[in-house]
Write a new protein. Structure first.
Length: 335
């Protein structure tokens, strides 16, 4: 197999790079900001990315939906829609409330009513849902406990909900590990009557449903758009990202199929390798193995990183038979 017959895989389509070759033009650093533009630096961004990846949210500014509005209060209608999507609830065709007719989220409201998750907002009549009313943290606790059919906990986790009508639901969320409190690091309070933000909602849903982590990818391999020199081994890229986010590196090498004589055994034998270092220290990688399609076989390695604030250097190296094919140095500015 020729050196150039073994190509680098997984070019990530992200705009902008800084390339440190005199023959290549310079551009701005790559900014890793995730699905939405308005949740960067949020401690809840992992949860927001997770609910977006799961299709539970599409954003808050249709039709663009490039914003999540993380600091906005959650309305009862929004919470109902999140639950209906997350649990794939069915619509039984009934119209349960008189005050949501024509509401854009009426479908989700009727689905949670049909599932018995809500009975309304005006007992004992309960013919209204109050769709635009903000939801408190305690109310959402009760909402989620009913939705997931948890058994109530008898343990008292927090000091500020004693005697609250929804205390059992709050304690149940704590028992299940869905909430840890509202006053880190002590977390001996729940703040039951504070309104719930959309960002907090995302984190609670992510924990409750054990949603897969949805980290930001750090691109290293691609000749385009990182624009590494095809005739050289070294290239560099400048990346800006955010502290507290999980970051995912998944890289490898691919072989265009069909194999030429001798190539298959060579490619499958482990002579290809990807190595990663962070600030000079080796990073442990998971060997995903070889995945094949009708046109390409790919060997992949991956890892998840959580980076502290400041400047870091991430170096990816691709080898074949011990020979360096390409080295990419990513200079990370974590704010």
């Amino acid at each position: 197999m020729s050196r150039r017959g073994l190509a680098l895989a997984l070019a990530i389509v992200l705009a902008g790079a800084v390339v440190f070759f005199t023959s290549s033009p310079s551009a701005d650093a790559i900014l890793l900001e995730g699905t939405f533009t308005d949740d960067n630096n949020s401690v809840h961004q992992n949860g927001i990315e997770a609910v977006a990846a799961a299709g539970i949210t599409v954003g808050c500014n249709p039709p663009d939906n490039d914003r999540y509005c993380p600091n906005d209060d959650v309305t009862r209608a929004q919470a109902a829609t999140f639950v209906a999507r997350a649990l794939s609830l069915a619509d039984d065709g009934n119209d349960y409330f008189v005050d949501d007719n024509g509401h854009v989220l009426e479908g989700g409201i009727n689905k949670v009513a049909a599932a018995g998750i809500t009975v309304g907002c005006n007992p004992p009549d309960n013919d209204r849902f109050c769709p635009n009313r903000s939801l408190t943290r305690a109310q959402f606790a009760a909402f989620l406990v009913r939705a997931l059919d948890y058994e109530h906990s008898s343990t008292d986790f927090f000091s500020d909900d004693d005697g609250h009508v929804l205390e059992r639901a709050i304690n149940t969320l704590a028992e299940e590990g869905i909430t840890v409190g509202c006053n880190p690091p002590q977390n001996d309070r729940f703040c039951p009557n504070e309104t719930l933000s959309r960002a907090q909602l995302a984190t609670l849903f992510t924990r409750a449903l054990s949603l897969p982590n949805a980290p930001q990818r750090i691109p290293l391999a691609g000749w385009n758009p990182i624009s590494c020199s095809r005739d050289g081994e070294r290239c560099s890229v400048s990346i800006e990202t955010f502290e507290g986010r999980s970051h995912w590196v998944e890289e490898g090498l691919f072989q265009i199929l069909p194999y030429r004589p001798g190539e298959q055994s060579e490619f499958l034998s482990g002579t290809t390798e990807f190595r990663l270092t962070l600030d000079g220290s080796p990073v442990a990688l998971t060997d995903v193995g070889v995945q094949s399609t009708s046109s390409k076989a790919t060997r992949l390695w991956n890892t998840t990183l959580v980076l502290p604030g400041g400047a870091h250097v991430l170096v990816g190296e691709w080898y074949r038979d011990g020979e360096l094919i390409q080295r990419t140095t990513a200079r990370l500015d974590v704010s």
